[in-house]
Design a protein around this ligand. Structure first.
Ligand SMILES: Cc1cc2nc3c(=O)[nH]c(=O)nc-3n(C[C@H](O)[C@H](O)[C@H](O)COP(=O)(O)O)c2cc1C
Length: 349
């Protein structure tokens, strides 16, 4: 029903307008007490789906990727839609408006999106207020970014400020230096810059009573040589794992005509065109590290089989964003059901 009736109506409006309408409907549903009903329709629970990764227990391995719940005010609703965890953010220390609109574009023929949001969000204080209200055992990660006006030299202070203030409110943290829509931020993926950011976080964590895992989100556009240098950081430091991958600046292999694509302009491409590259990156890291470090696999999960492929390539957990837009609210459940089916026969063997 979603693809034949609801999606064609939703896709008549701009992607960002729809996002706000859907978010408002979901918040209203929560306000009038409908989340248990949504949960009973869209969630799928089974012991074989439970995972323990970097010391955190997940009810299922299918998460909502960063960027959908930028301000941490939708995690309860998205959890009711069957996601085993929600990564909120990217949050920056100060609120910022992001890039001018329009900044999300659908490439329907490719089952893809191009976005150049540029971290619009209401800032750290608002995120703290929202995550303080968290109840129950929902798993929440926070994705951290720097403000657009913060230079790369000043970036470590932004990440540290966020990490300190949010430390007690999240189950894990992701350092995001791979967004193609914030000028020069991807340069922070160079080892020296990365170490400068991460060292501050490790030092703060060493002084805390509770351990919070720190992951690094990487771009699918890194060369294998560059990925090797990041693997070296995994080996040399207490970094807990990687999130692979963010969106790509590549426009290779699209069916949408090149004029339309050119007219859209800059931005990160997500969805079906990046599945193979995301799986390739995950598989490369998994093999090189002999599976010693957890990887959250993300990028182009548009079918339950894509999620399965990513897990088989070495991901411990998966996340999605674009697949939710194209496949609708029952997508997390559909993936969970499929994963359960494929696990059962394995267990019988
Ligand atoms: C509209 C949009 C906004 C996004 N915003 C963020 C963000 O703020 N932080 C981040 O780390 N990733 C962000 N992403 C990237 C996703 O988290 C994900 O890594 C990427 O889209 C690939 O997954 P997908 O193909 O399932 O969408 C965004 C993606 C989209 C489509």
């Amino acid at each position: 029903m979603y693809k034949s009736i609801i999606r064609p109506v939703l896709f008549c409006l701009s992607a960002e307008t729809i996002h706000h309408i859907v978010a408002t409907i979901l918040r209203f549903a929560r306000a009038i007490g409908l989340l248990p009903l949504l949960r009973s329709i869209f969630s799928y629970k089974h012991p074989s789906l439970e995972r323990e990764v970097f010391g955190v227990k997940f009810p299922n391995p299918v998460g909502l990727a960063a960027g959908f719940d930028k301000n941490g005010d939708l995690y309860r609703e998205m959890s009711a839609l069957g996601f085993g965890f929600v990564e909120v953010g990217t949050v920056t220390p100060k609120p910022q408006p992001g890039n001018p609109k329009p900044r999300i574009f659908r490439l329907r023929k490719d089952n893809a999106l191009i976005n150049r949001m540029g971290f619009p969000n209401k800032g750290l204080e608002n995120m703290v207020r929202n995550l303080r209200k968290r109840k129950g055992n929902m798993v929440i990660g926070v994705n951290l970014g720097k403000n657009t006006l913060t230079t790369n030299e000043e970036a470590p202070a932004d990440y540290l400020k966020l990490f300190r203030s949010l430390y007690e409110y999240a189950d894990y943290f992701v350092v995001n230096v791979s967004c193609p829509n914030v000028k020069d931020i991807t340069k922070l993926q160079n080892p020296d810059n990365l170490n400068a950011i991460l060292e501050g976080l490790f030092e703060f964590r060493r002084g805390q009573n509770h351990y919070r895992p720190i992951l690094l989100k990487i771009s699918p556009d890194l060369s294998f040589q560059h990925i090797d240098s990041i693997i070296q950081i995994l080996i040399d430091t207490p970094l807990d794992g990687l999130v692979a991958t963010n969106t790509t600046t590549s426009r290779e292999g699209l069916t949408t005509d090149s004029q339309t694509v050119e007219k859209i302009g800059n931005g990160g491409l997500s969805g079906a065109p990046i599945t193979n590259r995301a799986v390739e990156v995950i598989s490369y890291i998994h093999k090189k590290t002999e599976g010693r470090y957890p990887i959250i696999g993300v990028g182009g999960i548009m079918t339950p089989e894509d999620a399965q492929r990513m897990l088989e390539a070495g991901a411990s957990l998966v996340q999605l964003y674009t697949g939710f837009i194209y496949e609708g609210p029952a997508f997390a459940k559909k993936i969970c059901k499929r994963l359960k089916q494929t696990e059962e026969p394995e267990k019988q063997n």
